[in-house]
Design a protein around this ligand. Structure first.
Ligand code: PLP
Length: 449
């Protein structure tokens, strides 16, 4: 048996690591391997790099560690769970913690979205929600309702369903035929450049759904899947009235409305969900990321009670499986313990409210950068923001890349994606942390051609 910590040696000379074998996700691998950015520690709002620097984590990992790093009560809950129950078969058997977690999550959701199907990531959550939507319509005797609708610039992870409904071209183009899907237009309008929070103009874009319905007929359409605010697309913010209008059309035509709240859920929007914050209640809400504060992979599809009930028919023999779907690691006991401890921690510290409070400061600081070199738009929603940069030599991705690298060298981890820099700092970031971050962002942007 190996010694505790045998795989973790903080004194390891990372320059001697062989980087060849690991094919990294969503990474410019050749550039990374030529000049690696190695993180060897995380505590509070900061990472430690292999050259001993403290780096501010301005995206909460990948939008997932909003409570910060190295949170003792969450770590302890995971450690304690390991020696009590490390794994339980998720098919045909259960363990108490997942039922407690499910009930608790249901209480945090608006409407009656209190039934839960557990997954292990945002991507699995997206595909699970789409499969449940189609299976639901079969269960209620309308099997022809199969068509799925996403949105341009949307992101629902990388599995075939989520990829197909997603609308970020570069994420789709290498992978051939996906699941058949139509797309609503993006809500990113040039008229709304530099709008603070939710833009006033653009509600009418929801009406495009009526066009899709006219072409396909609602009797063939299962669901619409959108993020209330699209983080990966570059903090694409819904115009005022837009989500309400989508809700109205979906209700009128009996189409399920699914909110992908993998980023906005559990604090980022300044409330338990963006649905609650905006008072637009979908039929299904997808969660992941913040559910375990990023420590252990876990996702959850939150369903309205009656959608779940439609599957629990007496027509099926008692031993019949109502939904032949699930993952070996669905409701994993370690993930469930991490989620319970995360929810406790966020509740004890009032972190949703803190995120809501910090959102105002973020809005002010990020919009102060209007007029900075190459900045063509700035957007914000909840404790999230993005700065869009002009293309150079018709390449929209080069300036964000260069800015992200320069910020890393100035002790800030800032995510670059597409034509934007993206920000989703810890829920309890201090004034000084946010002020310093955006001062440095401004300086770096001025220094880039
Ligand atoms: C809205 C949304 N859905 C789904 C996903 C995919 O999550 P994962 O990377 O955990 O599969 C993401 C990830 O950024 C996301 O932002």
């Amino acid at each position: 048996m190996g010694e505790i910590g045998q795989y973790w040696n903080p004194l390891l000379d990372t320059s001697k690591l062989n980087l060849d074998a690991h094919w990294m996700p969503f990474t410019a691998s050749r550039a990374f391997k030529a000049s690696p950015r190695m993180i060897v520690g995380g505590d509070g709002h900061y990472f430690t790099t292999d050259d001993g620097r403290r780096v501010f984590d301005s995206l909460s990992g990948l939008w997932c560690t909003g409570a910060g790093h190295n949170i003792a009560p969450i770590n302890e809950a995971i450690a304690a769970q390991l020696s009590k129950l490390d794994f339980a078969p998720s098919f045909q058997f259960g363990h108490p913690l997942s039922f407690q977690l499910a009930e608790r999550l249901g209480e945090l959701m608006p409407g009656k979205l209190n039934r839960v199907f557990f997954t292990n990531s945002g991507s699995e959550t997206a595909d699970t929600s789409l499969k449940i939507a189609r299976a639901y319509w079969r269960a209620v005797g309308r099997p022809e309702k199969t068509k799925l609708i996403g949105r341009a610039k949307g992101y629902h992870g990388v599995n075939f369903g989520g990829m197909s409904l997603g609308g970020i071209g570069p994420n789709r183009k290498q992978f051939g035929l996906g699941v058949e899907a139509d797309h609503l237009p993006s809500t990113l309008l040039p008229e709304n450049a530099f709008a603070q929070g939710m833009p006033q103009y653009g509600e009418h874009l929801a009406n495009y759904l009526e066009h899709i319905i006219a072409v396909n007929d609602a009797s063939n359409i299962a669901a619409v899947l959108v993020e209330p605010m699209s983080g990966s697309g570059g903090v694409v913010v819904p115009p005022q009235g837009y989500l309400e209008r989508l809700r109205e059309i979906c209700t009128q035509h009996e189409i399920l409305l699914i909110f992908d709240e993998v980023i906005t859920g559990l604090g980022r929007s300044g409330a338990a969900t963006a649905a609650e914050k905006l008072n637009v209640i979908p039929d299904i809400i997808n969660l992941a990321k913040q559910l375990t504060n990023g420590l252990i992979p876990m996702g959850a599809v939150m369903l309205r009670e009656d959608i779940h009930a439609a599957f629990m028919s007496d027509d099926l023999p008692a031993h019949g499986i109502e939904l032949p779907h699930g993952y070996t690691y669905s409701a994993h006991p370690i993930a469930a313990a991490a989620a319970m401890a995360t929810l406790d921690y966020m509740e004890d510290r009032n972190l949703f409210a803190q995120a809501n409070d910090r959102a105002e400061l973020l809005q002010r600081l990020i919009h102060d950068l209007k007029g900075t070199r190459n900045v063509v738009d700035i957007r914000n929603f909840g404790l999230a923001g993005a700065i869009q940069l002009a293309p150079r030599d018709s390449d929209p991705t080069v300036r964000p890349y260069e800015a992200g690298i320069a910020l890393w060298q100035k002790d800030n981890y800032v995510r670059w994606g597409g034509d934007t820099l993206q920000f989703g700092p810890p829920f309890d970031s201090t004034d000084a942390e946010l002020e310093q971050l955006f001062v440095q962002v401004g300086e770096v942007l001025e220094s880039i051609d």
